[in-house]
Ligand binder design. Structure first.
Ligand code: OAD
Length: 236
């Protein structure tokens, strides 16, 4: 029994934190859906699809330049920092649909960006996905990659394959705790990640709206990201 307890205290639990636009809302970044969501102001197929890039790359670049400038003018909030702090006690994998760099900025060290990273660019003709850091700078038509092709944002557009899904699913399968924060779970395949959680995994959902998960057992903390993470870190 004594051995059992000491073994338990030696074992670092695995946590997967799965985030969406809602975690950055309290940093001042717009979410995509719902009232005042970004997709009310823009047609997604005109700015965030591979067809849009072919038909009107200037408009697509301007859309992401604007997003990059917004991100440059914001800072992580206490939920981003609370997630980074979990690394003191747990093995943490952050799986995010967000293209901002606020998890990195807050100090998380193991992050999978399913939908890409806005601070990186790549050649529009390179399938190896070699990326170049562009920070918070604008991209323009005529900015070329070393292969002489136009640089495009390192973003997954509708009609393209999500990045890191296999690694993300593997992390969820090994998770003792999964925390889902600020995502409407409307975009696939990211939305199916929770289905990889084992029956023993404790799943928490933090979202102020009445979202429902596809699994039978989970706890919904119906609060904002910062309030919800404050409560959860006291409890786990
Ligand atoms: P959505 O805009 O679809 O959902 C945002 C979620 O955040 C909703 O469930 C809100 O209730 C919740 N929310 C709002 N404020 C919050 C707060 N302060 N704290 C916590 N939650 C809050 O964003 P995503 O689910 O991330 O993809 O969207 C998924 C993908 O759709 C994005 O990655 C993007 C978009 O089209 C691409 O562009 C490829």
């Amino acid at each position: 029994m004594i051995l059992g307890n000491s073994l338990k205290s030696m074992y670092r639990q695995n946590i997967v934190v799965f985030t969406g636009a809602g975690i950055s809302a309290e940093s001042g970044l717009q979410t995509f859906r719902g009232t005042n969501g970004m997709w009310e102001d823009y047609k997604v197929e005109e700015v965030a699809s591979i067809e849009a890039w072919k038909n009107n790359p200037e408009l697509v670049l301007e859309f992401y330049n604007k997003r990059r400038r917004e991100i440059a003018n914001t800072v992580p909030n206490s939920a981003h920092y609370a997630i980074a702090k979990l690394e003191e006690k747990y093995n943490v994998t952050v799986v995010t649909q967000n293209v901002d760099d606020l998890h990195e900025w807050a100090g998380s060290s193991n992050i999978i960006h399913l939908h890409g990273e806005i601070t990186k660019a790549r050649s529009e003709n390179d399938d190896s996905f070699t990326t170049y850091d562009i920070g918070h700078n604008d991209l323009h038509i005529g900015d070329l990659a070393p292969d002489g092709s136009q640089l495009r944002p390192h973003i997954v557009w509708f009609g393209e394959k999500v990045m890191g899904m296999y690694r993300a699913a593997e992390a969820v399968k090994k998770a003792d705790i999964m925390i889902i924060i600020g995502t409407s779970l409307k975009v696939y395949p990211a939305a199916v990640l929770v289905d990889f959680a084992t029956i023993d995994c404790r799943v928490f959902l933090i979202d102020p709206e009445p979202i429902h998960l596809s699994i039978p057992k989970y706890e919904h903390i119906q609060k904002t990201a910062t309030e919800g993470m404050e409560e959860l870190t006291r409890r786990i």
